[in-house]
Design a binder for this molecule. Structure first.
Ligand SMILES: [Cu+2]
Length: 336
């Protein structure tokens, strides 16, 4: 195995060694332990997801993480204390798998933990974030987090197939952020599925609400550097067929990200209502109220709203060609 060529930073070597010791694998050292790391880590990987077929095993995995389960599923990692400090440790694995976008179109996705989008990672400002990234996708990939951190942890360096890298940084500032692969061409790595949301909560939690994540993305199915299909949370038109149930008069807190490549902007429009905007999730009070918000690629916000009347209400970008190609959904307001 070629981990020695990966030139892990000293900090990363230390972390890896700690990890190995924690697993009772410390005796052999990093080089010799690598196959063991893989076995141990894979064994301890949660049985995730998905709407995809794992190409490496050729076995179709059960669909567990549909866009509906993804919607309200937050990964808080494994909580640890080291030297009195709160650490949140995540395990993220890059894979290559086929994803069925609709009855006619399948795509070979590059994904994280067998799902597109990748898991929504959630921490609190000031936590030490440790992301153990395994690349089993067959190509070089990386994880670049938005936020404030050291250059060594910026995730622009490709991590080759069958290598592991540990990203570690303090979670700051609070807000709704994202992570994605940064290996060029980044457009290709993102449109094939290597992105997810990274939420950093403020030290004082926000008020109670029905919280959910919507990520708008495009698919360049024929690799002509344009999107042919679009989706909220991975699957085109999913929320048209499976409306999102919400409760009458309950506060909805929507963590919204636009990761559509190739199209310079996309808006988000909510029917028969208005929402309050917390730009980049970096304020504790809303800055304005509207029913359509414009976002460039990688822009994201927290939107809050409440429906007082029962019924079905659409949401979609108001670039209607994007909506009509799959980026559209429905909230179904039910009696509380
Ligand atoms: Cu990549």
């Amino acid at each position: 195995m070629s981990i020695e060529k990966e030139k892990l930073s000293h900090a990363n070597r230390r972390q890896l060694l700690k990890l190995l010791l924690g697993m009772g694998l410390g005796g052999g050292g990093i080089l010799w332990a690598w196959p063991q790391i893989q076995r141990s880590l894979l064994k301890s990987q949660p049985n995730v997801s998905s709407s995809v077929t794992d190409e490496s095993s050729k076995a179709t995995k059960k669909i567990v993480a549909t866009p509906l389960t993804f919607l309200r599923n937050f990964d808080y990692g494994v909580l640890k204390q080291e030297n009195g400090r709160v650490i949140r440790e995540f395990r993220v694995e890059a894979r290559t798998s086929t994803i069925k976008l609709n009855d006619a179109v399948s795509l070979i996705s590059w994904n994280l933990n067998g799902q597109v989008p990748g898991p929504t990672l959630r921490v609190t400002q000031g936590d030490l974030v440790r992301v153990i990234f395994y690349n089993r996708a067959g190509h070089s990939h990386s994880l670049h987090f938005h936020g404030i951190h050291h250059a060594d942890m910026d995730g622009v360096k490709p991590i080759r197939n069958n290598n592991v890298f540990i990203y570690e940084f303090e979670a700051k500032p609070f807000g709704v952020h994202l992570y994605h692969c940064h290996v060029p061409p980044v457009t290709r790595h993102i449109t094939k599925g290597l992105y997810g949301m990274f939420i950093v909560d403020p030290p004082q939690p926000r008020p109670k609400a029905d919280e959910m994540v919507l990520i708008m993305a495009g698919y360049d199915v024929n690799e002509d550097k344009k999107n042919e299909l679009y989706a909220f949370n991975g699957l085109p038109n999913y929320y048209m067929k499976h409306s999102i149930p919400i409760k009458q008069n309950e506060l909805i807190r929507l963590y919204l990200l636009n990761i559509i490549e190739y199209d310079p902007v996309a808006t988000f429009h909510l029917h028969a209502n208005f929402f309050q905007v917390y730009p980049t999730g970096m304020t504790l009070t809303p800055t304005h109220t509207t029913d359509v918000i414009t976002m460039g690629t990688a822009e994201r916000h927290i939107l809050e709203f409440t429906y007082s009347q029962l019924g079905e209400y659409m949401f979609h970008p108001h670039q209607d060609q994007i909506a009509e190609a799959g980026c559209m959904g429905v909230f179904n307001v039910l009696k509380a």
